[in-house]
Design a protein around this ligand. Sequence first.
Ligand code: 3PG
Length: 306
Amino acid sequence: MTKVLVATVKPFAPVATKGIAKICEDAGFEMVLLEKYANQDELIDAVFDVEALIVRSDIVDSKVIDAAKNLKIVVRAGAGYDNIDLQASSSKGIVVMNTPGQNSNAVAELGLGMMIYLNRNGFNGKAGTELRGKTFGLHAYGHIGKIMGHIGKGLGMEIHAHDPFIDKIEIENDGVKFEDNVKDLYKKCQYVAVNLPANDETKKIINYDLMSLMSEGATIVNTARKEIIDEDSLLKMFAERPDFRYITDIAPDCMDEIAAKYEGRFFWTPKKMGAQTAEANINAGLAAARQIIGFLKNGDTTYKVN
Ligand code: 3PG
């Protein structure tokens, strides 16, 4: 029987795992579950006889690919697939897909939630600040950026967006100010949410040249990947600009230095949890299972990324 391995260090909500199992069963496939595994060897052992693999941020490197002799498809249940070795997969004819948009609402809600949390000093009772009337820049206007803009508007923020891949009309139709030049986005906005994938083009792209353009109350919100921020620039901003703040779902490598010196000016989640809601797990997990069935039964390669 065709085996679909769900390998998640960070488990899906049980309701999502059950849904994946049901989709597999209805298709005549068997779902195998590997959750909270402690090391890569467990994943390497588990993939040896499976035809399909569903993962989250789990590392699918060339060792995993080499060990998976029957593997035909890997689906990253989520947006970013920087955890998967695309070259190794392609060289073995393995199809890699993601499930774009399926967990975006959860990530966007967390981003705005963290902004409120820091603005209210971690709910410690001291007077904080409000988001209403503030400028909010979206560096990339994909699924997450669009929802963040929508929520920000609901809170009374003025929304700006820069995205070279999205049509100006589409952005303006949402009542969002289009910024052709990324520098203008940073110049005009007090809050900037960075929603970029981590790849060779985007690594360290958020640097001092951009961040230093921001006006008083400059706050960067990163629910994407730590790699897109240049950490030397981040430390320079903290040192030079007492108004600068950093909010993120992925603690930077320089977290100890920031924590020691800049109390009250940063917040990061103890564990990456943007997509960790039952709804996002159901959306992304079930989409992943359906994409696997669609590919293995009908050769459907929608959302293939390699
Ligand atoms: C994504 O790329 O979809 C998000 O970063 C969520 O990652 P996670 O599935 O590991 O929570």
